[in-house]
Design a protein around this ligand. Structure first.
Ligand SMILES: Nc1ncnc2c1ncn2[C@@H]1O[C@H](COP(=O)(O)OP(=O)(O)OP(=O)(O)O)[C@@H](O)[C@H]1O
Ligand SMILES: [Mg+2]
Length: 267
């Protein structure tokens, strides 16, 4: 079932001091199935974060629309949770209280809040750390607290903007496989932005490749690898084929973005 539809999405950022408005997204169309894991790749500055913010309705499109289950999306809501690279955990709150935050904002009663938060803390494997404060956790653990917080509000769609961007390569792989475990259990629809090609392949049912700025969808690649996926899948021949395809596509886009930045290309 198609759950999320992005149609003709265009976003111009307002001009800074007398300049022209900046066209960040040109004409983005995208349809996402319920429970699908979609990863989004594209050159830096092509508008990936902008697109997630439009879906979260933290920004208003210049043109086009986003709809969820057939209903237009007009305001931020708990049906779409956005997870950033920097989760902005509150340093004065312990893990449990950080995870409860979104539920508090929804006005969920204290006892129920704690129940739900605990369930999600368990799911990300931090049961023993619920009384710890963010500074007492590793980067990967903080990341998991952020994911538990996003899952606690039970969103229909999880929007993840380079959530593992700050982690080193090894932890990042582990986090990716943990996220897959969570997703396999609870099958949320996930839109996941990443710069890491292997991560994009490893996680996805489908990879959306965006063009150089102004961003639009240039290609969508269905990832036909078996699930559940272990880390060793990255060494398979099929994985390598996807890697090569994606490299070529991205290289082309990055090259275009370079010439565009020097003012040689059209925009
Ligand atoms: N508030 C803003 N005002 C003006 N321009 C903006 C604003 N936010 C982003 N931009 C511009 O819009 C373009 C798209 O930005 P965005 O952050 O969506 O890109 P991105 O694909 O997420 O990049 P990255 O991969 O580096 O995170 C960039 O050129 C950026 O400079
Ligand atoms: Mg970004």
């Amino acid at each position: 079932m198609t759950q999320l539809v992005v149609q003709g999405l265009r976003l111009e950022y307002p001009a800074a001091r007398g300049g022209a408005p900046f066209l960040a997204l040109s004409d983005v169309d995208l349809a996402v199935e319920k429970g699908e894991f979609v990863t989004i790749v594209g050159p830096s500055g092509c508008g990936k974060s902008t697109m997630l913010m439009l879906i979260a309705a933290l920004l208003r499109p210049t043109r086009g629309a986003v709809s969820l289950n057939g209903q237009p999306v007009a305001a931020p809501g708990p049906d779409r949770a956005l997870v950033f690279q920097d989760f902005a955990l509150l340093p004065w709150r312990n893990v449990l209280k950080n995870v409860e935050l979104g539920l508090e904002m929804q006005g969920v009663a204290a006892a129920k809040r704690t129940d739900i938060a605990r369930k999600n803390i368990d799911m990300v494997g931090l049961r023993a750390f619920e009384r710890h404060y963010p500074h007492q956790l590793s980067g990967g653990m903080r990341q998991r607290v952020g994911i538990a917080r996003a899952l606690s509000v039970d969103p229909e769609v999880l929007l993840m903007d380079e959530p593992f961007g700050a982690l080193d390569a090894q932890i990042r792989q582990v986090m990716g496989s943990e996220l897959l475990h969570i997703w396999e259990r609870d099958r949320k629809t996930i839109l996941f932005v990443t710069h890491d090609i292997d991560e994009a392949i490893y996680l996805a049912d489908r990879i959306v490749v965006m063009s150089a700025s102004p961003g639009r969808v240039v290609q969508q690649i269905k990832v036909d690898l078996p699930r559940p996926r272990g880390l060793s899948i990255r060494t398979s021949a099929k994985f390598n084929e996807y890697r090569e395809t994606l490299w070529n596509l991205l290289e082309e886009q990055v090259r275009q973005s370079g010439s565009w930045a020097r003012g040689e290309g059209g925009a």
